[in-house]
Design a protein around this ligand. Structure first.
Ligand code: MG
Length: 336
């Protein structure tokens, strides 16, 4: 059996089995959510997340500017803090760079890092730098905090909850596809590519949803709805039903998908890297919550399906009829 056979999630499971934590009541919550949770005192918790980006696997040097790479590599970590309902505080950066990289490239990379840090009110406190004999390697670690009452975990979804997303889905995946296929740029294509290269961590949305007791489970959408909803299903021992006609699609995605005969809804469920938030909401409270979300953020809190009491069962329906997505969520070790 190889790593390819068990995949990324199989690997994480094996590691988690070996290193169980005391559990939330015991003071810490380890592997299995967007962040580790550490108990600071009775009411306050610390959050820790880290993410590794490797040139060639996660980005191509010629496809992203150093400034945007700096912004994105920090953004994906900030998004994990947002996913817990938390506030970002401090960052550490471990960086491995090949000797031939220009100092101008490095300066631009840190311009992007500095912009994102300022936008999020986060301080860079340290890290490590080393020479790489191969690819660029970027690893941010971000620390945040959340009050215990506002913490959102993946395991808190309940049967009948509405499954909600805080933004359009599929733009980033379509942007990546446009880059890979060398699609001619127009405004819509440029929008999708920007969403892929410069994702916005939904920090204000995460804190706002964290403060609502009507929101039960929450995580961020990094691998795609199809893959990420399964993490909530596993942790909550539940099933899910996604109503494809309710997936929020941007006008740009609809336009570009139509031009190139791409399936917009398949990109929306399997595209990945949207970094919108995925949450489950008490059904009887949804209308009031969605109205308040709209007036606060000027966007929809879109209900795209329901949590069910069928553990492990994920169904896709279009107007009540079951459909099958042909592509599944991204697994780093299986899809190489
Ligand atoms: Mg995450």
């Amino acid at each position: 059996m190889t790593l390819r056979d068990i995949g990324e999630f199989g690997l994480i499971e094996r590691i988690a089995e070996r290193f169980p934590t005391a559990g939330f009541e015991g003071g810490s919550l380890g592997i299995g959510d967007d962040c580790a949770v550490l108990r600071r005192n009775r009411d306050e918790l610390d959050l820790v997340t880290t993410d590794l980006l490797i040139e060639g696997s996660h980005f191509l040097r010629e496809a992203i500017s150093p400034r945007l790479l700096g912004r994105k590599s920090l953004a994906v970590n900030l998004s994990d803090i947002a996913a817990m309902g938390g506030e970002c505080r401090w960052a550490f950066l471990a960086l491995a760079l090949p000797g031939e990289i220009s100092v101008a490239w490095i300066d631009e990379f840190f311009d992007g890092v500095q912009e994102r840090l300022a936008e999020a009110g986060v301080e860079l406190l340290g890290g490590d730098t080393t020479r790489s004999n191969g690819p660029i390697v970027i690893q941010f670690t971000v620390l945040g905090s959340v009050s215990r009452a506002h913490l959102k975990l993946r395991r808190a979804a309940r049967a009948q909850d509405l499954i909600c997303v805080t933004d359009c889905l599929g733009d980033s995946g379509a942007g990546l596809q446009a880059l890979l296929e060398g699609v001619a740029r127009n405004d819509a294509v440029a929008h999708l590519i920007e969403r892929h290269l410069d994702p916005r961590p939904q920090l204000a949305e995460g804190a706002w949803l964290g403060a609502s007791s009507d929101v039960h489970a929450m995580m961020d959408l990094s691998d795609g709805l199809d893959s990420d909803i399964r993490r909530i299903m596993e942790q909550s021992r539940a099933g899910a039903r996604i109503e494809v006609e309710h997936l929020p699609l941007s006008s740009q995605l609809r336009e570009v998908a139509a031009q190139h005969a791409w399936s917009a809804w398949e990109l929306a469920v399997s595209g990945g890297e949207d970094y919108a938030l995925l949450c489950t909401v008490a059904p009887e409270r949804y209308t009031v919550l969605a109205e308040a979300f709209r007036s606060r953020f000027g966007r929809e809190l879109s209900a795209v399906g329901r949590i069910t009491d069928r553990p492990g069962q994920l169904l896709y329906l279009r107007d009540g009829v079951q459909v099958d997505p042909s592509k599944l969520g991204f697994d780093h070790f299986k899809n190489d």
